[in-house]
Design a protein around this ligand. Structure first.
Ligand code: FAD
Ligand code: GLY
Length: 382
C-alpha cells in the first residue's frame, strides 16, 4: 500500500502517544499527511517515561537475538542524526550522550559470565573492548575497588527519553500533527475488512490508515481479529541525585543485577527489575532493595546520595522479544508498531523511518522485513 498525498488515503490516526506513536506521527506529518494522535492519558508518560534511555545495542545483546541485533545497531547509529534533527525541529534538547557503556564484574563468577557474553557479542561483530579491573577503575574511579574486569562498548550511549518524548511532541505539532490527550480509542471502525477510522466511545474519527502504537496495551484494543502477542513486562526503577559538578559516573555502567545511567544534571538512574506480573501497579520493598543493594555493590559511594524518585513501567514484551512492525493480518490499513520490549527508545529512529516509509510508499525496508506480524500467523494446514 502507498500513499498519494492528494488522495483520501492521507488521513492518519495513531493510537498511543509513547515515543513510538509520537515519532511515527512526526515523520508522517513532515511528509504532509494529516495526522491525529490519540492518547488516553498524557503523551510520553508510560514506558517511554519509565525507561532509562540506554542505546545498548551491544551490551544488551543476548543469545538468540542474532536477528534483532542488526536492527538495534542500525537504529543506534541513526540516533545522532535523529537527535540533531529533532532538537532543531523542536528547539528542545534530548540529552544524547556518547561516552560509551561499561559492564563490570566483581567476582570470579561475574568474570566468567562477562567473558561468555563478551565472546558471544564479539562473534556478532559488535565492537567491545576487554578491560582489566585496574583499567576499568581508571575510567571510572568510584567503582567498587574489588572490580575484577570490565567490558567497554564504545558505541552504546544514552538519550534522555523524557526529554526526547517532550521534543517529539513539539516537533509533531510544529509539523502540523494534532495530539488529543485524555482520549481513549475504544475500537476500530471498519468497512468490511478495511479500517475506516477509530472509535472514541460514541464518536468515530475517520481515518484512511491507522497506526496501533499502544505499547504494552496493544493487544487489548477491542475488535482486533489477530491481537499482537504483546504483554506487559514490569520494571521498577529509581533515581539518586549526584553532585552534577562531581558525578560518581560518566559512562552508563552495568553491574551485576543493575544498570546505572548518569544524566548531565547529576541524576543517577538505577534499573531495573524484570517481572512477569501483568499490569501490577506496585513498587515493592524487595524490588527496591535488590536494586539498591546491587548499586551499592557496584558503586559504594552511592550510600550518601539522596533518593530522588521511584517509579515503574511496563515494557511491551513480544513473544519473541522483538518488535512487530508491519501491516496487521486481517485488517487492511492497520499498521502495527509495537512490542519494542527492552529497546523501544533505542529502536525509535529506525521504527519511525521504516514505518513511515511503508505507509508513504509501500516500501519495506530490508532491515525490518523479519519483524512483520506475519511471523505470528497461525500455521496453515497443507
Ligand atoms: P508506551 O510508551 O508505553 O506508550 C504507549 C501509549 O499508548 C501509552 O501512553 C498509553 O497510555 C497509550 N494507550 C494504550 N492504549 C490506548 C488506547 N486504547 N487509546 C489511547 N491511548 C492508548 N528501552 C530502551 O531502548 N532503552 C532503555 O534503557 C529502556 N529502559 C527501560 C526501562 C524500563 C523500566 C522500562 C519499563 C522500559 C525500558 N525500555 C527501554 C523500553 C522502552 O521504554 C519501551 O520499549 C518504549 O518506551 C515503548 O514505547 P511505546 O510508545 O511503544 O509505548
Ligand atoms: N533496556 C533496559 C530495560 O528494559 O530495563
Amino acid at each position: 500500500m502507498s500513499t498519494d498525498l492528494n488522495s483520501p488515503r492521507s488521513r492518519i490516526a495513531i493510537i498511543g502517544g509513547g515515543i513510538i506513536g509520537l515519532s511515527i506521527g512526526w515523520r508522517l506529518a513532515q511528509a504532509g499527511l494529516s495526522v491525529d494522535l490519540f492518547e488516553r492519558d498524557q503523551v510520553g508518560q508510560s514506558a517511554s517515561r519509565a525507561a532509562a534511555g540506554m542505546l545498548a545495542a551491544a551490551v544488551e545483546a543476548e543469545p538468540g537475538e542474532q536477528t534483532l541485533v542488526p536492527l538495534c545497531v542500525a537504529s543506534r547509529e541513526m540516533w545522532p542524526a535523529f537527535a540533531q534533527e529533532l532538537e532543531a525541529a523542536s528547539g528542545l534538547p534530548v540529552g544524547l550522550r556518547q561516552e560509551g557503556t561499561m559492564v563490570v564484574a566483581l567476582t570470579r563468577d561475574d568474570v566468567e559470565t562477562l567473558r561468555s557474553n563478551y565472546d558471544y557479542q564479539r562473534s556478532l561483530g559488535l565492537e567491545m573492548e576487554w578491560l582489566t579491573g585496574a583499567a576499568a577503575k581508571e575510567r571510572e574511579p568510584f567503582l567498587n575497588p574489588r572490580t575484577a574486569a570490565a567490558v567497554y562498548s564504545p558505541r552504546d550511549g544514552q538519550v534522555d527519553n523524557r526529554l526526547a518524548s517532550a521534543a517529539l511532541r513539539v516537533a509533531l505539532e510544529k509539523a502540523g500533527g494534532r495530539i488529543h490527550e485524555g482520549v481513549t480509542v475504544t475500537g476500530l471502525e471498519m468497512a468490511g475488512s478495511r479500517v475506516t477510522g477509530v472509535r472514541l466511545g460514541d464518536h468515530v474519527h475517520a481515518a484512511d490508515q491507522v497506526v496501533l502504537a499502544a505499547g504494552a496495551w496493544s493487544r487489548l484494543l477491542p475488535g482486533l481479529p489477530v491481537p499482537p502477542p504483546v504483554r506487559p513486562v514490569k520494571g521498577q526503577m529509581l533515581s539518586l541525585q549526584m553532585d552534577p559538578a562531581a558525578p560518581l559516573l560518566r559512562h552508563v555502567v552495568w553491574g551485576p543485577k543493575c544498570y546505572l545511567v548518569p544524566r548531565a544534571d547529576g541524576t543517577l538512574i538505577v534499573g531495573a527489575t524484570t517481572e512477569e506480573k501483568g499490569f501490577d501497579n506496585q513498587m515493592t520493598a524487595g524490588g527496591v532493595l535488590a536494586l539498591l543493594e546491587a548499586t551499592w555493590r557496584t558503586l559504594p559511594g552511592v550510600e550518601e546520595l539522596p533518593i530522588k524518585e521511584m517509579w515503574h513501567g511496563f515494557r511491551p514484551g513480544c513473544r519473541d522479544d522483538a518488535p512487530i512492525l508491519g501491516w496487521a493480518l486481517g485488517v487492511e490499513g492497520l499498521m502495527l508498531a509495537t512490542g519494542h520490549h527492552r529497546n523501544g527508545i533505542l529502536l525509535t529512529p529506525i521504527t519511525a523511518d521504516a514505518v513511515a516509509a511503508m505507509m508513504l510508499t509501500g516500501h519495506v525496508d530490508e532491515r525490518i522485513r523479519a519483524f512483520g506480524p506475519g511471523r505470528f500467523a497461525p500455521a496453515r494446514a497443507a
